[in-house]
Ligand binder design. Structure first.
Ligand code: F6R
Length: 259
């Protein structure tokens, strides 16, 4: 099963995960990072900034999880813009080495395969940061997504469009389609780090970690991964049955193991 780390708040989560990523980049300056967008990973990106000062990041590569289809890449809420604003610029990464799936409608049927090939070409993703949707999606793999799925176009659920309306003027402006790494793509990353904060994520987290393996809750796919770390605050952990054990295991974990 995944390792569950229950932390005080999102800042503590950001620091824990950023420590680990900074160590990874120092050890391997060509590390390949899988980047999530949305609100959840922001504390990680913020905490990474001071930790990467003076570290050579010029060869770090990155792959975003997903992108809206048909959104102008220059739109402030395109995931290209978000990744540029929240990750590439503040961390000083080379923009040419950080990709997002291509959501341009022309040729969209080939963009998934091209993205898969680019990830393969980079040697695969070393560490994949994940958030989770209130409906249990990871990436934009909505309920029903195959565990073997690859990067492809998906239709967003109404729930996800409602959740993401906060980034747009209204729900009508939230694109209907996205292009997302598949669950199969995500499962090939060498280390998964899923973060979740707040009461609204508690049911999805409990389902993903302790529920049955089911395409109805795509986040449960992490149970298939040999190295998955789930970092949650108290509120997001509030529906976990075995919380006491997770705390006990983490408190007694040898330091050398890290996360
Ligand atoms: C983002 C992504 C999504 C989000 C999820 C949670 O690239 O793939 O799975 O991680 O929708 O969103 P937030 O973090 O905004 O609650």
């Amino acid at each position: 099963m995944a390792e569950i780390v229950i932390v005080r708040d999102k800042e503590a989560a950001g620091e824990l995960v950023a420590d680990h990523i900074a160590a990874l980049v120092r050890e391997n300056p060509e590390a390949v990072l899988g980047l999530a967008t949305g609100s959840t990973p922001l504390p990680v990106y913020e905490a990474l900034r001071p930790r990467l000062q003076g570290v050579d990041v010029s060869r770090v590569r990155g792959f975003a999880l997903d992108e809206y289809v048909g959104i102008d890449p220059a739109h402030p809420e395109s995931y290209r813009s978000v990744i540029t604003r929240e990750v590439v610029e503040p961390l000083g990464l080379n923009p040419e080495l950080v990709r997002t799936p291509d959501g341009t409608p022309e040729g969209i049927e080939y963009h998934g395969e091209e993205y898969e090939a680019a990830i393969l070409d980079a040697g695969g993703i070393d560490l994949q940061i994940l958030g989770i949707g209130t409906d249990g999606h990871i990436g934009f793999n909505e309920p029903g997504s195959s565990f073997a799925s690859q990067t492809r176009v998906k239709t967003l659920t109404e729930q996800t469009r409602r959740d993401n309306a906060r980034f747009f003027d209204s729900i009508d402006d939230v694109p209907m389609h996205c292009i997302t790494q598949g669950l199969g793509t995500i499962l090939r990353a060498r280390h998964l780090v899923l973060l979740a904060f707040g009461e609204g994520k508690a049911a999805a987290v409990a389902g993903a970690v302790e529920g049955p393996l089911t395409a109805s809750l795509p986040g449960s796919a992490i149970q298939l991964h040999a190295r998955a770390t789930v970092v949650v605050d108290e509120a997001a952990a509030s529906q976990l049955q075995r919380a006491a054990y997770y705390r006990y295991a983490f408190d007694n974990k040898p330091d050398w193991q890290g996360i």
